[in-house]
Design a protein around this ligand. Structure first.
Ligand SMILES: C[S@@+](CC[C@H](N)C(=O)[O-])C[C@H]1O[C@@H](n2cnc3c(N)ncnc32)[C@H](O)[C@@H]1O
Length: 207
């Protein structure tokens, strides 16, 4: 099964069980804790899944564009946003094929996405994100460290240093490694995993 088929299968099987969101209704904890620091405006949620973060941001006054390559995930996000009357613009596409506007977004969310991309693609994506955030705007990154469950053994795993270097010129609001218990697949066994978590703001002089 290729990666996209995996994700469609994952969301379809979760959604068959209930009418909710596959990753639960709660947004990323960094978002609700730091919401007051982030300037309202355009938000871009990359690898949004079925949209827990997008819906939270839309309900808190952001204009949200949510992007995921899984049609099953996007379908559920559209359904839920319609039901809740929350305007979320959705795009079903590969984040690596997006064209980004310059200095545009108040917030770009990379929540649990980049560890699914090869290193070259990640580095290109960080550069595009740095450029697309407006001065004073924020980026949130949550990424799994290590690669033992990845599809490809030759995978270059995400490191804390990679994220630190990518956003070295941003002002750090939070940067930590956290342990989490999670499942390896739709119904896989639970295991402990380490995540690097970053919230950082682009300097107002645009550096
Ligand atoms: C672990 S889920 C995280 C979902 C959401 N960000 C969250 O934290 O609830 C990873 C998501 O990234 C999406 N994804 C992975 N690679 C992608 C790519 N190249 N382009 C677009 N979406 C991608 C998957 O379809 C999946 O929905």
């Amino acid at each position: 099964m290729n990666k996209l088929a995996h994700w469609n299968f994952f969301y379809a099987s979760r959604h068959a069980k209930n009418e909710g969101l596959a990753w639960g209704d709660l947004p990323d904890e960094i978002l609700w804790k730091h919401l007051g620091n982030i300037p309202k405006g355009q938000a871009l949620d990359l690898g949004c899944g079925d949209g827990r973060n997008s819906l939270f941001l839309a309900s808190n006054g952001f204009s949200v564009t949510a992007v995921d390559h899984s049609s099953a995930a996007i379908r559920r996000l559209r359904l839920v946003s319609r039901k809740r009357k929350l305007p979320v613009e959705t795009r079903r596409c590969n984040v690596c094929e997006l064209t980004f506007p310059t200095r545009h977004y108040s917030l770009i969310v990379l929540a649990n996405l980049v560890h699914f991309l090869g290193q070259r693609r990640r580095l290109r994506l960080y550069a595009a994100v740095r450029n697309a955030v407006r001065p004073g705007g924020f980026v949130l990154v949550s990424a799994r460290l290590g690669s033992q469950w990845m599809w490809d053994r030759r995978w270059t795993p995400v490191t804390k240093r990679e994220i630190e270097q990518a956003f070295a010129r941003f002002v750090i609001h939070r940067f930590a490694t956290e342990k989490r218990r999670e499942c390896a697949g739709a119904d896989g066994p639970a295991e402990m995993a380490s995540y690097v978590r970053l919230l950082a703001a682009k300097q107002t002089d645009g550096a």
